[in-house]
Design a binder for this molecule. Structure first.
Ligand SMILES: Nc1ncnc2c1ncn2[C@@H]1O[C@H](COP(=O)(O)OP(=O)(O)OP(=O)(O)O)[C@@H](O)[C@H]1O
Ligand SMILES: [Mg+2]
Length: 212
C-alpha cells in the first residue's frame, strides 16, 4: 500500500502542464510537503532512449510502434521511479501519464481505445492516480503557445490535436471522480489558483483521513 499521492497533469501540448507543475511543486514544498516531479516519456535512463525515438526519430514511426514505445516507457517509469517514491510517502507530480496514451494514440491516431486501456493496465501494474488535472485549452490557443519549434507530436496537425482534446473530454466523462477539469485558456495565474485549490483540497482531505 502506497502512502504518497500520485497526481498526473494531462492536456494538449501547450496547455500549460509543465508551467503549472513547476508552480505547484514550489507551492507544496513551501507548505512542507515532500514532493517530486517527473514526466512521461523519458524520466528513466531507459526511458530517455525511448523518448529520443518518439520525439526526434528521423524515419517515420509506425503508429503501433509509437504506442508500444510509450507503454514501455511507462512500465519502466512506474516500477523504477513512481512506485518507490510513493512508498516513501512522497507526493509525485507527473507530467503526462496513462490518459495521454488514450487521448493521443487512441483518439488521435485511431488505435483501439479499449485495448489501449488494457495495455495501460499492464504498464501501470495496479497503480492509479489519486488525482488527474486536465488542462483543457482551445486547440488554436495551444498551438499558438507551442510556437514554431515543434517536436514530432506537436507538429501532427490541428485536426489531430482536436481529436486529442475530444479524447481527453471523453475520459473526463468516464472518470469524473479522478479527473478534474481546469480551464487552461485563462491566464497562468488564474489557472495556478484553480490548480492549487484542487490539489490542496485532496492532500489535506486524504492526510486528514489517514491521521484520524
Ligand atoms: N495560461 C497560460 N496563458 C498564456 N501562456 C501560457 C499559459 N500557460 C502556459 N503558457 C505558455 O505556453 C507555453 C507552453 O506552456 P507549457 O510548456 O507549460 O505547456 P505544456 O502543456 O507543458 O506543453 P507540452 O505538452 O508541449 O510540454 C509556454 O511558453 C508557457 O509560458
Ligand atoms: Mg510540457
Amino acid at each position: 500500500m502506497e502512502n504518497g499521492f500520485f497526481i498526473t497533469f494531462e492536456g494538449a501540448d501547450g496547455s500549460g502542464k509543465t508551467t503549472q507543475l513547476n508552480n505547484i511543486k514550489t507551492f507544496l514544498q513551501e507548505k512542507g510537503f515532500d514532493v517530486v516531479t517527473t514526466f512521461e516519456p523519458g524520466a528513466t535512463k531507459t526511458g530517455e532512449k525511448i523518448r529520443n525515438i518518439l520525439l526526434h526519430s528521423e524515419d517515420s514511426v509506425a503508429d503501433s510502434c509509437e504506442m508500444f514505445l510509450f507503454l514501455a516507457d511507462r512500465a519502466q517509469h512506474v516500477e523504477m521511479f513512481i512506485k518507490p517514491a510513493l512508498k516513501q510517502g512522497k507526493i509525485v507530480l507527473c507530467d503526462r501519464h496513462t490518459d495521454s496514451t488514450i487521448a493521443y494514440q487512441g483518439y488521435g491516431r485511431g488505435q483501439n481505445v479499449e485495448l489501449l486501456k488494457k495495455l495501460n493496465q499492464i504498464a501501470v501494474n495496479g497503480l492509479s492516480p489519486d488525482l488527474t488535472l486536465l488542462f483543457d485549452v482551445s486547440t488554436e490557443i495551444a498551438q499558438d503557445r507551442v510556437g514554431k519549434d515543434k517536436d514530432r507530436m506537436e507538429a501532427a496537425g490541428i485536426e489531430f490535436h482536436k481529436k486529442v482534446r475530444n479524447g481527453y473530454l471523453e475520459l473526463l466523462k468516464e472518470n469524473p471522480e479522478r479527473i478534474k477539469l481546469i480551464n487552461a485558456n485563462n491566464s497562468i495565474e488564474t489557472v495556478y489558483n484553480e490548480t492549487k485549490d484542487i490539489i490542496l483540497n485532496l492532500v489535506t482531505n486524504k492526510r486528514g483521513k489517514t491521521n484520524a
